[in-house]
Write a protein that binds this ligand. Structure first.
Ligand code: GLN
Length: 195
């Protein structure tokens, strides 16, 4: 049976993720309220603006609801801003103070930390489990500064930092896998959600 995967649709790159997930064989729905998490095998938290998403989620307490479902076994794929929301710690968290995030991914991230000259860039990544390089688009990407759990597996690196990681049922990337037509990371997540 096709796994049911939601895309957090408060802000950011929603339609592109929906397309990539459908292409990977998932049944897809948008998520804006806690009730819509019911029955999902996985959830994509897209790129966009982490502060905007945290603010929009607050009135309906969507972030703690996602964490609750994650603890129950739902898989989560955080990309770019979604990585920031999934990380256990944000080192420059001022703009997020007072707003709940999801957490659960044992890393420390810093927002917009690649520096102005490489604020947005593209790279071909060697990714564990993929047999050829994956094109990756980085847009004002967060840097994974530190890994804080021995259970975190680094799947890819660029510019000296991990850029794709897996921690149990949480997959995260600091780039935008939905913006290139190579959907192998979405396939990986669809398989993870189904398993
Ligand atoms: N800089 C953004 C943030 O802090 C993330 C950028 C992105 O998702 N492309 O949320």
């Amino acid at each position: 049976m096709a796994p049911k995967i939601g895309v957090l649709a408060l802000q950011g790159a929603v339609a592109e993720h929906e397309r990539a997930l459908r292409d990977s064989g998932a049944e897809v729905r948008k998520v804006r309220r806690p009730a819509e998490l019911e029955g999902l095998d996985g959830l994509v938290v897209p790129g966009g603006e982490s502060t905007a998403m945290a603010r929009l989620a607050a009135p309906v307490q969507l972030m703690p609801a996602i964490r609750h479902r994650l603890d129950e076994g739902m898989a989560v794929f955080g990309t770019c801003a979604g990585l920031i929301l999934s990380a256990d710690k944000v080192s420059d968290a001022e703009a997020l103070v007072g707003f709940e995030r999801i957490g659960g991914l044992g890393v420390v991230v810093r927002r917009n930390a690649y520096g102005s000259q490489v604020h947005s860039f593209e790279d071909d990544l060697e990714v564990t489990g993929l047999d050829s390089p994956l094109p990756a688009v980085f847009i004002r990407a967060p840097v994974i500064e530190e890994i804080t759990s021995p259970s975190v597996e680094v799947l890819a690196e660029a510019h000296g930092h991990p850029v794709a990681v897996r921690h149990g049922r949480v997959l995260a990337a600091s780039f935008h896998p939905e913006l290139t037509p190579d959907y192998r990371l979405h396939q990986l997540f669809t398989d993870l959600s189904a398993g």
